[in-house]
Design a protein around this ligand. Structure first.
Ligand SMILES: Nc1ncnc2c1ncn2[C@@H]1O[C@H](COP(=O)(O)OP(=O)(O)O)[C@@H](O)[C@H]1O
Ligand SMILES: [Mg+2]
Length: 229
């Protein structure tokens, strides 16, 4: 279980994340919904260790990660798909995927990744920069998967991607999550995608968690009211 307790994150004097607490069970999929500028990226970067926290704690199965560098968190089972994907445009698809394998030790892309993303196999010798936005998102997910995560963290994966591909990515992640047995934390503004993917929903507003709901009892209008300006 990933446990986040009273996390506070700031840029200098500017506090962005205020006393955020939540847990993620194994194989659970959690959505963090919120408008632009509400703190989604800041929160997720602090989980993976790109940003330091000012206070609070992050533990995975009781292992303290709060002050660990990113690579230690990856070794412990966290993996991050950043907003904007950040693939390497001048590396091939295959090289991009393998760039995520530093700690899992794969020398070749495992077949299951190509099974879930066949287009990446077809394009494995092409440069990442030649892929469409949706294909680059699949590539970024594949690069994160090759570290064998226990918790896959995705920051606004639907941004700039066409609806048919969004649907496909949600379906693929659902099957992958069960087959490979990992949890998902996804930040989103697109409710339909989160509904396809997540068991539980948090809403973040100016750095505070202001609402929480399980999918089983979800009031979509309520969540939407937080997402519209
Ligand atoms: N590097 C930074 N330095 C200072 N303030 C930042 C920085 N990055 C983001 N912020 C501010 O932090 C707040 C939350 O931003 P962010 O986490 O990117 O939100 P979201 O991902 O929900 O759009 C915003 O007010 C934003 O302007
Ligand atoms: Mg963001």
């Amino acid at each position: 279980m990933l446990k986040i307790s009273e996390l506070n994150v700031a840029y200098g004097d500017s506090k962005v994340i205020h006393d955020v607490s939540f847990t993620v069970e194994s194989r659970e999929s959690l959505a963090i919904m919120g408008r632009n500028g509400m703190g989604k990226t800041t929160l997720l970067k602090s989980l993976i260790g790109i940003l330091p926290v000012n206070a609070g704690s992050i533990t995975l199965n009781n292992i303290q990660l709060t002050d660990q560098p990113s690579y230690r968190r990856v070794q412990q089972g966290l993996s991050f798909v950043p907003q904007g994907r950040m693939i390497f445009p001048f590396l091939t698809v295959e090289e991009n995927i393998l760039s995520g394998a530093e700690y899992s030790g794969y020398r070749q892309v495992p077949e299951y990744i190509y099974k879930f993303f066949p287009v990446l196999k077809d394009m494995r010798k092409r440069n990442g920069g030649n892929l469409s936005g949706g294909q680059q998102q699949m590539l970024a997910i594949a690069r994160a998967l090759i570290s064998d995560p226990k918790i896959l963290i995705l920051d606004e994966p639907t941004e700039g991607i066409q609806p048919s591909i969004i649907k496909e990515i949600a379906q693929t992640l659902n099957v992958l999550r069960h087959e490979r047995s990992f949890s998902v934390i996804v930040s989103e503004q697109v409710l339909s995608f989160a509904l396809d993917l997540s068991d539980r929903f948090l809403v973040i507003d100016r750095g505070h968690i202001v609402h929480e709901e399980a999918r089983a009892t979800l009031n979509q209008e309520k969540i939407k009211s937080f997402l519209t300006v």
